[in-house]
Design a protein around this ligand. Structure first.
Ligand SMILES: *[C@@H]1O[C@H](CO)[C@@H](O)[C@H](O)[C@H]1NC(C)=O
Ligand SMILES: *[C@@H]1O[C@H](CO)[C@@H](O)[C@H](O)[C@H]1NC(C)=O
Ligand SMILES: *[C@@H]1O[C@H](CO)[C@@H](O)[C@H](O)[C@H]1NC(C)=O
Ligand SMILES: *[C@@H]1O[C@H](CO)[C@@H](O)[C@H](O)[C@H]1NC(C)=O
Ligand SMILES: *[C@@H]1O[C@H](CO)[C@@H](O)[C@H](O)[C@H]1NC(C)=O
Ligand SMILES: *[C@@H]1O[C@H](CO)[C@@H](O)[C@H](O)[C@H]1NC(C)=O
Length: 449
């Protein structure tokens, strides 16, 4: 049942009222409000159905998983799900796409992976692609149990699950010894590592500076990639389009993990009118006076500049505190700022695309995930770090020229799906699928050499 929560006449709060309408229970109410609520509810469902079904049509034989599962609980859901199943092109029909590429997954002692899952955060935080990819591969048709037919060997070590009790961030100190011990294990029990010196072995390094295993760039560069991994293939979130110690191996740039469940749930709670009442949004760490940490300033001072220049600008909705409901804010926003932090990449980029907010990427030299597939220039705005003071002007210009085009491109389910890891299975076009596609190209290139 619906409840009307009393609020002030404040515009912003009005939005939250609508959200609460669909999700709270019990409480006092007036009859008048019932009509408004009922009307909004019907409108909401109609719009939702309209968009959901049109996805099925536009995405032809691709399953858009938002559509099947983001519907509220009523009869036609079953119908749509049946259709979704029919429309889904199962991955085993498509192995030819990956050149019949087969991957052998090492069965490591549980201390390297599943033991870490006793902490729930391990499979849900922004570095959790290491878990998502492993799970998806385990169930996939590209998996082989016969190492002799494998093109690649996947080494499932969960490196980012050791959360610091002090600040709650993953502590990476144990990563190198843990990996070294995993490699010691596989190279002493099976012959495949030694046969290639690890060059057909795949690891996931999903945190700040990828295979360098450190969250501060200077220290990451100083330590470099562990010697024994240098020949291997690393799936990493860190990527820049210039030479960098931390991407000096074979790599595939993958998106950071954003829980598809939280995205679905946010989409379900979308306001009826789909209106975006925030022009520019950013929530996150913004040091007012960033400290010089061994010659480095957090976010190369970009975030502080944004704060100083725009925190009093009414078109900018900038918040420095944590807030669990921030995905709803993204959904309310036209432009979402994605400035660098310590590393250039950010889960904000994925969340913005998934929720239809135009990402404004401010991170010089960033290499974005799956750039051979996703036409980033069509779905995002890139602003040079030195131009960050001109953000207001730049975004106003976009709004008056090509914003509608960008939003339309952005809402294409093909882009949104490629950045999300569908739980426990590979779906055509999702992040794991795109990763495999990149790997297979990698393999073809190797064959040609
Ligand atoms: C699938 O959807 C179409 C309309 O888009 C409908 O005509 C058809 O009956 C549905 N099929 C199933 C199996 O639900
Ligand atoms: C977790 O990280 C800390 C700090 O790097 C380290 O001391 C500890 O041994 C790690 N825990 C495990 C189980 O590896
Ligand atoms: C692989 O090489 C290492 C070091 O040379 C050696 O200790 C190990 O026994 C070899 N593994 C196998 C399975 O032969
Ligand atoms: C692996 O590395 C060792 C030592 O660097 C080298 O002797 C050997 O030829 C390499 N094997 C392959 C298959 O590249
Ligand atoms: C930051 O600190 C380094 C020494 O750690 C110093 O060389 C550099 O000049 C400082 N930069 C600024 C802008 O203060
Ligand atoms: C939109 O316009 C901006 C310049 O204002 C340009 O940089 C960008 O490439 C355009 N994007 C699209 C998708 O047309």
């Amino acid at each position: 049942m619906v409840e009307f929560k009393k609020t002030s006449s404040n515009k912003k709060k009005g939005y939250y009222v609508k959200m609460k309408l669909l999700h709270s229970h019990g409480g006092g109410r007036s009859t008048n409000n019932y009509y408004t609520i009922f009307f909004k509810w019907v409108l909401w469902i109609s719009l939702f159905l309209y968009f959901s079904t049109s996805y099925f049509i536009t995405s032809s034989n691709n399953k858009d998983y938002y559509s099947s599962s983001s519907l509220p609980n009523f009869k036609s859901r079953t119908l749509l799900e049946t259709n979704a199943t029919v429309l889904l092109n199962p991955i085993n029909k498509n192995t030819a796409l990956f050149n019949n590429m087969k991957i052998y997954i090492y069965d490591l002692p549980t201390k390297y992976n599943i033991d870490w899952l006793s902490n729930k955060r391990c499979s849900n935080h922004l570095f959790a692609s290491e878990v998502a990819i492993h799970r998806a591969l385990m169930k996939s048709e590209v998996r082989t149990h016969n190492p002799l037919e494998a093109k690649f060997f996947f080494v499932p070590v969960y490196l980012s699950c050791n959360f610091s009790t002090v600040n709650g961030f993953p502590s990476m100190g144990h990563a190198r010894p843990l990996l070294a011990s995993a490699v010691q294990f596989i190279s002493s029990t099976l012959p495949y590592w030694n046969q290639s010196n690890g060059s057909d072995h795949i690891f996931v390094a999903s945190h700040d500076f990828g295979a360098c295993f450190h969250s501060v760039e200077e220290l990451a560069i100083a330590d470099g990639i562990p010697e024994f991994m240098k020949k291997s293939i690393i799936l990493q979130t860190f990527g820049v389009n210039f030479r960098h110690v931390c991407q000096a191996e074979n790599n595939v740039i993958i998106p950071p993990y954003v829980s598809p469940i939280s995205i679905k749930s946010t989409l379900q709670q979308a306001p009826a009118n789909g209106r975006r009442d925030i022009f520019v949004f950013f929530r996150g760490k913004m040091e007012v006076h960033p400290k010089n940490i061994s010659g480095q300033f957090y976010s190369r001072r970009v975030r502080s500049t944004i704060w100083h220049k725009f925190s009093r600008n009414r078109k900018f909705y900038l918040k420095r505190e944590r807030f669990d409901g921030y995905q709803k804010e993204i959904q309310r926003s036209v432009f979402c700022l994605c400035p660098l932090g310590w590393a250039p990449w950010s889960p904000r980029i994925v969340e913005s695309v998934a929720l239809g907010c135009v990402p404004v990427i401010i991170a010089d030299g960033i290499r974005l995930p799956f750039s051979e597939k996703i036409q980033w220039s069509k779905i995002s705005i890139t602003v040079a770090e030195k131009d960050v003071t001109k953000l207001g002007k730049i975004l106003k210009h976009v709004a008056s020229t090509n914003l509608t085009t960008i939003q339309k491109n952005l809402w294409d389910p093909v882009n949104r799906r490629s950045l999300l890891y569908v739980k426990d299975e590979i779906q055509q076009g999702d992040a794991t699928w795109q990763m495999l596609s990149s790997l297979s190209h990698h393999h073809e290139e190797k064959l040609r050499m």
